[in-house]
Design a protein around this ligand. Structure first.
Ligand SMILES: Nc1ncnc2c1ncn2[C@@H]1O[C@H](COP(=O)(O)OP(=O)(O)O)[C@@H](O)[C@H]1O
Ligand SMILES: [Mg+2]
Length: 244
C-alpha cells in the first residue's frame, strides 16, 4: 500500500524528519507515537503530498507521491471544517470539487452521514456541535470520497476520554468493514496501542522503535491485562534517552 524510504525533511535549516523508513500493507494500520514537536504533523503533510521531501521516496501502490492523491483521506488536527458551511455542505465539499452530479452527491453525503450516525445534524453549523460531533463530520467528509488510505493527525486529542474511546472504536469498525489502511499519529499511549497494528515510536524526527501489536483489532482490548502491559512497554521506550 504505502512504502516510505529514507525520508528527510527540513524547514529552513532545522531537520524535522530524518531518515524515516516504513511500510503499511493493504488493510493494515500503523500508529506513530511521539511527543509534541517531534515531527508527526510534518510527516503527515509529506505523506499527504502537501509538502515535498528533501530526500527519500514515498510510494503508494507503487506510484511516487509528489502531490495530493485522490484516494488518500486526510484528517488534520483541527477537523478543518468550514464554519460558514452546514454539516451537509462540509461533507459534500470534496464531491462538489470533483464535479459529481448533484443527485449523486445527495445520495453519497446522506449515506456517509448515516454511517457516522449524524444524519439529524445535516443542517447544523460546526459551532453548534460538540467536539465529537465535529469529528464525525470530518471523518464523514473523508470517507465520502471512498479513500483506500486514511491519514489522521491526532484526530481525537481535543475530545474527552469517553468520546475519544467511542471515536477510536468507530475507526476500528470502519477499518474492519472496509479493509481500510490507515496511519494515525498521536501523543496518547492508549490510542497507539488500541489503533496501531504496528506502533512506531518517534523522537526528534526519527523512528526509534517499531513494534508489532499482536492484540490489535480486539474491541475489548482496553479491559485486558495485555493492553496495560503493552502501554507500559511503550511508556518505557518513550522515556529512554540513551538511544539517540
Ligand atoms: N511551517 C514551519 N516552519 C518552520 N518550522 C516548523 C513549521 N512547522 C513545524 N515546524 C517545526 O518543526 C518541528 C516539528 O513540528 P510538527 O511536525 O508540527 O511536530 P508534532 O506534530 O510532532 O508536534 C517543530 O520544532 C516545529 O516548531
Ligand atoms: Mg502535530
Amino acid at each position: 500500500m504505502i512504502k516510505v524510504s529514507n525520508l528527510d525533511f527540513s524547514y529552513q535549516n532545522e531537520k524535522v524528519v530524518e531518515n524515516i523508513n516504513f511500510s503499511i500493507k493493504e488493510g493494515k494500520s500503523l500508529a506513530i507515537i511521539g511527543p509534541s514537536g517531534c515531527g508527526k504533523s510534518t510527516l503527515i503533510y509529506l505523506l499527504a503530498g502537501l509538502l515535498k521531501p528533501d530526500e527519500g521516496v514515498i510510494k503508494i501502490n507503487g506510484n511516487i507521491i509528489n502531490n495530493i492523491r485522490k484516494k488518500t483521506g486526510v484528517i488534520l488536527q483541527n477537523y478543518g471544517l468550514f464554519p460558514w458551511k452546514t454539516v451537509f455542505d462540509n461533507v459534500a465539499l470534496g464531491l462538489k470539487v470533483r464535479d459529481y452530479d448533484k443527485n449523486k452527491i445527495d445520495d453519497m453525503v446522506k449515506n456517509a452521514l448515516e454511517k457516522m450516525g449524524i444524519s439529524e445534524l445535516h443542517n447544523k453549523f460546526p459551532a453548534e456541535l460538540s467536539g465529537g460531533q465535529n469529528q464525525r463530520v470530518a471523518i464523514a467528509r473523508s470517507l465520502v470520497l471512498n479513500p483506500d488510505l486514511l491519514l489522521m493527525d491526532e484526530p481525537f486529542s481535543a475530545l474527552d476520554a469517553l468520546t475519544r474511546e467511542e471515536m477510536q472504536n468507530l475507526i476500528l469498525k470502519i477499518h474492519k468493514e472496509n479493509n481500510l489502511s490507515y496511519l494515525i499519529v498521536t501523543h496518547n499511549i492508549d490510542e497507539a496501542v488500541f489503533l496501531g497494528q504496528e506502533i512506531a515510536v518517534m523522537k526528534e524526527g526519527k523512528f526509534i522503535h517499531m513494534i508489532d501489536n499482536p492484540y490489535f483489532g480486539d474491541i475489548k482490548l482496553r479491559e485486558k491485562e495485555e493492553f496495560f502491559e503493552l502501554c507500559k512497554e511503550l511508556r518505557v521506550m518513550m522515556s529512554e534517552d540513551d538511544l539517540l
